[in-house]
Design a protein around this ligand. Structure first.
Ligand code: AMP
Length: 215
């Protein structure tokens, strides 16, 4: 399976990507996760990326494209991959097309998860993540078993700095301006499928399975 997942921040791309990567046994490539792990490890890349991420802006294409190129040439991507959060600009999509052509492969589908802005703001304010193992929770929709403690590793869960409401609104603005045009880009190519993200994760998962059909 070679899949791109599109959608606004907080639409549930990561959650669906993790599920699909597991069921199809392909790597899950999240540029957001790559940036966050670089920030955590204090790398030069992390320092640069943080300046943009904290403001709700996109990390510049010249940084992001190189990262994805390196990742896609790793051997585990030969059997397929799920790209979550990349591409986010037309320039990135064009560069991705060139990378895939060089690899001699094509995207099977582009999955667009649509969620209205107001719903996103509501969802993101409740999102909590585990800083140790990366598990994702929601105070209402997917609470931890013990309050504020990760079910997997017992670390205290936190709110991502960029999930605070003011930054979420800026990220949505960035999404509409720079990423939404990709819907038309992939519609023209004929491989876009759209699902409406539901409140319950399992409901969205079922919609995704239906929309993707046989793989
Ligand atoms: P995410 O976890 O996918 O929501 O990404 C978190 C943040 O990382 C985004 O708000 C951007 O600042 C940055 N980021 C992630 N992926 C990309 C990308 N493909 N291009 C530019 N910036 C990105």
């Amino acid at each position: 399976m070679r899949l791109v997942i599109l959608g606004a921040p907080g639409a549930g791309k990561g959650t669906q990507a993790v599920n699909l990567a597991k069921t199809h046994n392909v790597p899950h490539i999240s540029t957001g996760d790559i940036f966050r792990s670089n920030i955590k490890n204090g790398t030069e890349l992390g320092k640069k990326a943080k300046e943009y991420i904290d403001k709700g802006l996109l990390v510049p294409d010249e940084i992001t494209i190189g990262i994805v190129k390196d990742r896609l040439t790793e051997p585990d991507c030969q059997k397929g991959f799920i790209l979550d959060g990349f591409p986010r600009t037309i320039e990135q999509a064009e560069k991705l097309d060139a990378m895939l052509e060089e690899m001699g492969v094509k995207l099977d589908k582009v999955l667009n998860i649509h969620v209205p802005d107001d719903e996103i703001v509501k969802r993101m304010s409740g999102r909590r993540v585990c800083p140790k193992c990366g598990a994702s929770y929601h105070t209402v929709y997917k609470p931890t078993a013990k309050e504020n403690v990760c079910d997997n590793c017992e670390a205290n869960v936190v709110q991502r700095e960029d999930d605070k409401e003011e930054i979420v609104r800026k990220r949505l603005e960035t999404y509409h301006k720079q990423t939404e045009p990709l819907i038309e880009y992939y519609t023209k190519k004929g491989n876009l499928v759209t699902v409406v993200g539901k409140e319950k994760i399992e409901d969205t998962t079922n919609e995704v399975i239906k929309a993707l059909g046989e793989f």
